[in-house]
Design a protein around this ligand. Structure first.
Ligand code: SAH
Length: 350
């Protein structure tokens, strides 16, 4: 007999959970109780759900999995308290998440996939390709586990870790719904940012949901030719189309778009690049985040020196663009995204 796959109960919204509970022959209000155990109290086992009858707990154990990530390793920065977590999933894969402490609160950067298939040239997370997308529960639990670990509230979430969120779109939407649900952690949509390399149809679809989340677009180049050299996704979606999708996002949601621009010495950091970039996004309600590239050993990309970074920023400002230089967090712990996971897998002999 084929074994039936167990229900991932932490990936269901309250409506789905209610239908599921009723199909079990249980009373409707049990769904709300279970949901609160999962998403408010963040229980890591069914046994903790002490206001449920034993018989129901037994049914849950038989029919469901309760996704709960296992903390494999954590690195803590002595400089700024940034924490890098390595979590194990139930199938043995590992993922990275990062906690950043700011004056305005605790921010968690989560992974959306195990590995990535986008192939951006400067990125460590994509070197071994994609393994699989994460379930909504696996995205959520990164935040739940970190909140529990530090015993403090998480106020901001950025989907900027390993993976391309728009390549795991349905699960991303469910994750957003659960994360921002008032019956759960209740994080404000305004405090959530989703970063994409520019999958145009999905950006447009997201825009049409009219959520209050921030869209960040990884631009990294000022024209199509340069972007293609850094980002294979540019072969599918032309730079003008991608920027147009950002304009559409603003038009639909009223949310200012963020452009991420990793500065690579001698590649995209000239005065001409700044001029072209300013022209490309001219008149948009947007913000540019400059990130000196984090060098990975597999590639030869270097950071421009501090002077060149500042010159690039000043140039953009002269053209009237809002711009910040991303403060580097956790400089003393495994640098670029994906590097902790890569090192761990290398040590494990994979
Ligand atoms: N796939 C999504 C989200 C994950 S990457 C995206 O592309 O946006 C998060 C951000 O980190 C992206 O802007 C990505 O281009 C950037 N990034 C990846 N590797 C980097 C590196 N080595 N140095 C600087 N930025 C990097």
């Amino acid at each position: 007999m084929m074994q039936q796959e167990k229900t991932d109960i932490k990936s269901m919204n309250l409506t789905e959970l209610t239908a599921w509970v009723e199909a079990l022959g249980e009373k409707k209000f049990r769904a709300k109780q279970i949901y609160e155990w999962l998403h408010k109290k963040q229980a890591s086992s069914f046994e903790e759900m002490t206001n449920l009858p034993k018989s129901l707990i037994e049914k849950l154990r038989e029919q469901c999995v309760l996704v709960s990530l296992k903390k494999e390793a954590v690195q803590i920065s002595k400089l700024d308290g940034t924490r890098k977590y390595l979590f194990a999933l139930s199938d043995g894969n590992v993922i990275e998440s990062v906690l950043m402490r700011y004056k305005h609160g605790n921010s968690v950067c989560i992974s959306s996939q195990v590995g990535c298939r986008m192939g951006c040239r400067f990125c460590a997370s994509t070197l071994d390709g994609l393994v699989r997308g994460l379930a909504p529960s696996e995205m959520l639990d990164q935040i739940y586990q970190i909140g529990k670990d530090i015993g403090e509230r998480i106020s901001n979430v950025v989907v900027m870790g390993t993976g391309e969120p728009m390549d795991n779109f349905e699960n991303l939407l469910k994750f957003i719904e659960l994360l921002t649900d008032e019956n759960g952690l209740n994080i404000s949509q305004r405090n959530l940012t989703v970063s994409t390399c520019g999958i145009v149809p999905k950006m447009r679809e997201l825009a049409e949901k009219k959520l209050a989340i921030t869209l960040a677009l990884s631009l990294h180049a000022s024209n199509q030719k340069k972007r293609k050299e850094l980002m294979p996704v540019a072969n599918r979606y032309e730079i003008g189309e991608v920027v147009e999708a950002c304009r559409y996002y603003f038009a639909q949601t009223g949310r200012r778009v963020t452009f991420e621009y990793s500065l690579v010495a001698g590649v995209n950091d000239t005065a001409e690049d700044a001029r072209e970039l300013a022209a490309l996004i001219h008149g948009m309600n947007c913000h540019v985040n400059l990130i000196p590239v984090n060098p990975i050993k597999e590639r030869n990309y270097r950071q421009p020196d501090a002077h060149a970074v500042l010159a690039f920023k000043n140039k953009l400002e002269k053209y009237g663009i809002n711009v910040t230089i991303r403060r580097e967090m956790g400089r003393d712990i495994d640098g670029a995204c994906g590097q902790l996971r890569k090192r761990y897998m290398a040590d494990a002999g994979e």
